[in-house]
Design a protein around this ligand. Sequence first.
Ligand code: NDP
Length: 450
Amino acid sequence: MGFKNSYLQGVYDTVQRRNPGEPEFLQAVREVLESFEPVLEKRPQLADTGIIDRIVEPERFVTFRVSWVDDSGKVQVNRGYRVQFNSAIGPYKGGLRLHPSVNSSVIKFLGFEQVFKNSLTGLPMGGAKGGSDFDPKGKSDGEIMRFCQSFMTELYRHIGPDTDVPAGDIGVGAREIGYLFGQYKRITNSFVGVLTGKGLTYGGSLARTEATGFGLCYFTKEMLAVMKQDSLAGKTVVISGSGNVAIYACQKATEMGAKVVAMSDSNGYIHDPDGIQLKVVKEIKEVRRGRIKEYVDAVPTASYTEGCRGIWGIPCDVALPCATQNELDGADADKLIANGVIAVAEGANMPSTPEAIAKFRQAGVLFGPAKAANAGGVATSGLEMCQNSMRYSWTFAEVDEKLRDIMVGIFHSAYNASQEFGDAGNLVLGANVAGFLKVADAMKWQGVAY
Ligand code: NDP
């Protein structure tokens, strides 16, 4: 479907022409541009500033060779990426993803979304993303270390504590951040807060590990309270994934009185009608780096089903997709709606397809988009940067309280913007517009470099 506004159509046509064969990036740009239709109706002069033409084009995009030696002595080659999308409101900031599905489209979509998400947190952070098509699965510790060192041997020249501060994402947790940080320090001879998600003994922030999952639940709680006068207490919840975001979403949802009955990985899903025993999941995923199917060995009353998609057929009140992009499509949305879902909030980035989002809206299901709902991770990374600059550490409770305030603030920014721009409760529109307006203002004041 085309855009009503011909200027937006022109911007989108240019993005399509410049980025052929990049469906994820085009999907992310289209969704944001659609949200700008009511903004341009109210403020047509925005078209003359060229801000929207600029915001869809990354400021810098680097790709590089990452060669490393595997345990058998063979040379392996992967491709590394860093997109520095926008630095209008602060240094570039965004995670690194290590997964075989990583390509320039995936990195650009993530970097583009990060611009708006980071703006929504209220902290001074620009948007970036990076990673590699390296597959950490099945690799030894030594191989992971050598890969990370080689990756940083190129990346270090593009980043810095006031320039660009990467963090974790899929396939990048505390272990990988440690190896990356060690190599940066070795090369530059400087101990600075150049990465977030660091270990607690060398500059990490308490509550960073928990932040995205916890933040997702704080957001969902506020969304349910304001828009439905309801809460998570007593709700049945389905969470896809069983990585960092999923695990801590499960923990916080359970603490809030919900019952999480299903989790997954890319092979399949577990269903435990008695409520997931998170201790078992943590032991499998965080300690042994095993597969989710091992859960049924410890909890024989639960069941395991091969194929991760089927998870959306499990009846629930609240669905929290926390695995990866486009993991929940129109048919999955139909199943969730038929089973009476009342709210969906995205822990992963762009997990719902546009068709699924449209169905949720049509059915009156509350929908918390990733840019808003999963911003707790980067927000706490921003707090880690702040602590590093001060050379100081806040307690877990202090960071957690700031995180909660930020998530509640993000919900209200998105909700208020949805009201102001004529589609009350459309948090996709609200999050995109609220995130955009601050960046647009900063870009306007900073002028155009001729
Ligand atoms: P992890 O690597 O810790 O976990 C990812 C989980 O998703 C694993 O269970 C993994 O299963 C599953 N998964 C990955 N790819 C696929 C796939 N193609 N199909 C099905 N399942 C898949 O990553 P995170 O938990 O950190 O990230 C999850 C999502 O949350 C991503 O979209 C990420 O961008 C987003 N996010 C993360 C933040 C963070 O702070 N970590 C912050 C904001 C967003 P398997 O082990 O089988 O691969």
